[in-house]
Every structure is written in C-alpha cells, then in structure tokens.
Design a protein around this ligand. Sequence first.
Ligand SMILES: Cc1cc2nc3c(=O)[nH]c(=O)nc-3n(C[C@H](O)[C@H](O)[C@H](O)COP(=O)(O)OP(=O)(O)OC[C@H]3O[C@@H](n4cnc5c(N)ncnc54)[C@H](O)[C@@H]3O)c2cc1C
Ligand code: FES
Length: 354
Amino acid sequence: MEQKRRLRVVSKIRETNDTCTFVLEPADDRGALNYLPGQYLTLLFQLNGREKRRAYSFSSCPEVDVLPAITVKRVVNGEFSNYLLQHVQTGDVLDAIEPNGLFVLPEKPLDTLFFIAAGSGITPVFSQLKMLLYRNRPPVKKIVLYYANRDGANTIFKEKIDRWITEFPERFECVYFFSREKHAAHAMFRHLNNELLEDLLKTFFKGAISRAQRRNTQFYLCAPVPLMRMARMTLRTLDFPDEHIRQETFQPENRPVTRLRDTSITHDIIVQGKNEHIEFQTFEGETILDAALRQGISLPYTCKSGVCFTCLARCTAGEVDVAFTEATKREGPGAMVNTCIGYAVSGQVELSYE
Ligand SMILES: Cc1cc2nc3c(=O)[nH]c(=O)nc-3n(C[C@H](O)[C@H](O)[C@H](O)COP(=O)(O)OP(=O)(O)OC[C@H]3O[C@@H](n4cnc5c(N)ncnc54)[C@H](O)[C@@H]3O)c2cc1C
Ligand code: FES
C-alpha cells in the first residue's frame, strides 16, 4: 500500500540560521519522484528500534527544478529536524515514502490567489509560486503573498521572493510582516492580525468586495494554527466562501484526544487495497491505524495526529468516529476517514485505499 523510496542528498543549502534545503535524487531503481507543488515527502527514521516519520513539503517545483528538494526548519528540542540539520550531509541516503498531500493548486484559472504563510510554512507555497510564476499554471492574474517572520534575516527564501517582486511586478505582490525589524522594504513592522488583514484586503479590492471577486479569489494558508484560525475567521467575516480557503497544518495545536481502551470489546476491520485484502481487529478505544501497526500490518501514515491526510481511506461500510482535536465527526459509507484518529464504532468497518 506504501511505496518506499531511498533518496540521496545531492546538496545541502543553508537558507537561514536554522533552516536548510536538502536537494535529493533517487538512490533506488524506482525512477524520478512524482509530486505536485504543495505536496510533501515523508521521511522515515529509526529510533531505538522503532520507525518514526516526519513530513517535509517540497520547496522545489516539478517542472521548474531538475531535482526535488525539501526545506527543513529547526524546531527547538525537535528530534528529527535537529538530526537533519546537524548530521545529515551531502551523499547520505534517506528513507522515505512516495510524495503525498492535498494542499495542491487549483485546476481552474483564477483572478486572484492569496497566500498567507509564516516561517517554514513558506515551503509548499514557494513550490506553488514557482509553478504559477514560471509556468503560469493555473493561469492566475494576480498572486499575493502575505509572509510573517521575525525579521528579514530569518525569512526563508527572501532573496528569491524579493527578485520575483521586481521580475513579475504586474502579477506578483508580497508584503512581509516583521515582528522585530523596522523599515525593511516591502515590509510592515506589525503582527498580521484580523484588523490588518481586513484592511489589506479591502484596500486590495478597492473598498467593497463584489460577489464576482469572491468567486474568483482563493486563499492558501500555511502558518501556525492560531494565525490560520485568525485568517480563516477574517475571510469568513468578509464572506469569502469556506471552500475557497485551503490550509496546510504542520503541527496540531493540541495533541489528538485519546480514548480509554477496552480490550474486551473488538471491531472487525476489512481493508481493500489495490492488490491487497487485509482483515484485523481493533480494540474499543484504539485507533484503526494503531491497531494495524500493533499487529504488524502496514497502512499509510505520517503525522498520526490528523493533520497530514496520508492515512485517508474511504469508508465503504460501517461507522467511524474521526476524533479531530476540535471536534469528533461520525462518518459512514462514502466518507474519507483519517485512520490515525479514526475509531471503529460499528462491529464491522470496511475501508478502501484507491
Ligand atoms: C504535511 C506536513 C508538512 C510539513 N512540512 C514541513 C516543512 O516543509 N518544513 C519543516 O521544517 N517542517 C515541516 N513539517 C513539520 C515536520 O514534519 C516536523 O513536525 C518538524 O520538523 C518537527 O519534527 P521534530 O522531530 O524535529 O520535532 P518533535 O521531536 O516531533 O517535536 C518536538 C517539540 O516541538 C514541537 N513542535 C514540533 N513541530 C513543531 C513546529 N512545526 N512548530 C512548533 N513546534 C513544533 C512539538 O510539539 C514538540 O513539543 C511538516 C509537517 C506536516 C504534517
Ligand atoms: S497520519 Fe497524518 S492525518 Fe493521519
């Protein structure tokens, strides 16, 4: 169900004090990596005999850059971001699974595409911007980036973005928001809050925002959860439709809620893959993914916290509780469910990986 890959680091580029880009090439015989701008690669690590996984979005763009690249920002006390930045060097081989992710560009032409990013959230957006600016796909008349950071020195890809501001003056606009640097070019010395975002949008649309403008505008958010929540609320207040706002979350704000496990109650799970049929049981209060892994059954996953969607499967029979941190959704036949936070509710649940 999962395609494992081996990838060699062909170069390691320092972007800022705490961020590096790793350019990769296949070190197996499976050919080039197929990915879309906005998707991510799942890296596999071994720690004390157990496999750990981390997702890293591509900062490269498939039709613009010859080789795929990921960009990693150090998280304080973070296990694998520190390992990658400190120990992984050119020539090293990394284990991974095939690219994945739903944070991809729209297919249809648009009038305006806004990106709201902060810190390492620029990574998938950077890949998407390259596709839009260099390949004009999909055709978008105006692309706007709102990008929040501490200061210019800590702004990943700033040099390249600055160059785009002058290279594509008609199509591309960028405003930086710096919390610790005054008087920088194209920058505001402000936190991006709801009032400021509302003002910026009203100025952009020259006052009242028409129905047609709302229909032809989309928003892509990749930032810490509180910033994305603020942005989504502001956009909804301005009547932009929810389905025109897409977001990628790197880290949930809270840990997913766990449930009390009762081993005296079990649920039958039947999984249909492309060429596989798997049957196993979960205990009451155990996620479908945890039950599979406990029994040595390999199902796709990365974050195990309901944010990356690697583990999505279609429920074809039965009922599943999907326990997001903010609310639990009861899902039935036809729904896509995250097995990493999905608890079987009915005696039997059937899942399909298409
Ligand atoms: C879909 C997706 C795409 C991603 N793309 C990228 C990317 O392009 N570049 C990138 O650098 N990272 C990206 N991440 C985050 C990455 O997968 C790891 O979570 C991150 O590198 C931290 O891993 P770690 O092992 O260093 O930290 P851990 O050991 O897992 O965490 C250590 C501590 O830091 C906290 N923490 C973990 N991650 C963050 C964070 N992002 N911000 C603040 N606190 C955090 C944890 O809550 C914990 O307390 C992505 C995540 C997802 C789900
Ligand atoms: S593994 Fe990331 S959402 Fe389930």
